[in-house]
Write a protein that binds this ligand. Structure first.
Ligand SMILES: O=C(O)CCC(=O)C(=O)O
Ligand SMILES: [Fe+2]
Length: 198
């Protein structure tokens, strides 16, 4: 963890979401960003949503320690074994959170045109009340949340380099999230979402 283990609880209804702005030390975050950008076997899959197939608007990779696949939007991803960098990050999170993560889905948003549409992380292999630990590296992007029961209830926050966003409890039942496209000229962002797949 960084010098200041600041934790911000969002306090939105029907949720358990907290944000740690300086979770990783700046120099560690910089080194992880470069290693993951340059050494990950990034792929761009075709996804099918509502019967239409198109290239996913970002690059992804899956890592894990139990060989369990992860499926969403008609894609099934098979995990690589964790790299030493990913294991270090996983251990750092586990010390704070006290949960053993099995799997990490990596997302690379190459620029502002890359995105991740509205969804909940509610795939059945994540279990009933999934815990998702999400690390952000590189360019800052806005993370949007909207309440499923009343989609006018929204929250928007900037995910900073080296930060951790933790979603758990009933959050995925009641909230959707997205990374929207932006017309701003921005660089690459890497996101790591650690999950437990049973
Ligand atoms: O890039 C992010 O911060 C979010 C990624 C995400 O929602 C996901 O992979 O399920
Ligand atoms: Fe998600």
């Amino acid at each position: 963890m960084g010098l200041f283990a600041e934790k911000i609880v969002l306090g939105l209804p029907d949720s358990d979401i907290s944000y740690y702005p300086n979770f990783l030390k700046e120099e560690d975050a910089n080194a992880y960003f470069r290693a993951l950008r340059d050494e990950t076997p990034w792929q761009q899959d075709d996804i099918t949503v509502f019967g239409k197939t198109y290239p996913q608007p970002r690059l992804t990779a899956l890592y894990g320690n139990n060989g369990k696949a992860y499926s969403y939007s008609n894609i099934t991803m098979k995990p690589f074994g964790f790299t030493s960098e990913l294991l270090q990050i996983k251990t750092t999170i586990e010390k704070e959170v006290g949960v053993a993560f099995s799997t990490c889905l990596l997302n690379c948003y190459r620029d502002g045109k890359d995105s991740n549409g509205w969804h909940s992380d509610d795939e059945k292999e994540l279990g009933k009340n999934p815990i998702i630990a999400s690390i952000s590296l590189g360019a800052e992007r806005f993370f949007h949340l909207r309440y499923k029961k009343d989609k006018t209830v929204k929250h928007k926050m900037l995910l900073e380099h080296g930060s951790l966003l933790l979603m758990q409890g009933v959050t995925q039942h009641h909230w959707q999230h997205q990374i929207a496209k932006t017309s701003k000229k921005i660089g690459e962002r890497i996101n790591l979402t650690f999950r437990v797949i049973k």
